[in-house]
Design a protein around this ligand. Sequence first.
Ligand code: PXP
Length: 237
Amino acid sequence: MKLGVNIDHVATLRQARGGAVPDPAEAAGICEKAGADSIVMHLREDRRHIQDADLFKVRSRIGIKVNMEMSIAPSVVKTVLRLAPEQATLVPERRAERTTEGGLDLFKKSGALERCLADLKRKKTAVSLFVDPDPRQIGRAAELGVEAVELHTGDYANQKSAALRRRELGRLSTAARLARAKGLNVYAGHGLDYENVFAVKNIAEIEELNIGFSIVTRAVRVGLEEAVREMIRLMKR
Ligand code: PXP
């Protein structure tokens, strides 16, 4: 099971004062040293945390995979194509949202989506589509010819009762099996933390978890390197 660490909130902290620290590129180096398999950054259309220059600085600083989270907004696509990362994860984006609120609806805006997929393919960027654990979306992702889906774990993570959490976990397992049967790589993420990660990491088809907020908040107590190491230890248990 691989871990991608999302460092957006290191940039959130930097933007709070508009200076140069903390530096996402330095944070990316620490995550790599701690054993992370990839670094995830979300270049939002409003540039509220990660800035264009961060992408190139992070890229030059690390040897592990860069996974760009992105919408299909033209200004974002243009920068990501210049970077040509190893992986891109397409997500829906609403300006007013605090964080990504759900998976993509792959039946909407399909012309623009297919153009973006073709552009990324030309750059040899592997594409993962962030979708809810919904069989229709998984089927559509396979039709679009992408390499992977990332299953949205937010609905699982947000459930308060054990019964509802079990139900969401069942949806995730079924979706993961279906995606794998259709030849897709299966990743998962959103809202995962040091407790709820256990059940998700036990779904055999899921190969990679992308986690940000809980690791960066844990880093305030134990430091970023240790926060990443702790998560890796839990994922391997
Ligand atoms: N995966 C995707 C596609 C996301 O949009 C996010 C949030 O940026 C994450 C993973 C990480 O979520 P969290 O910060 O809640 O761990």
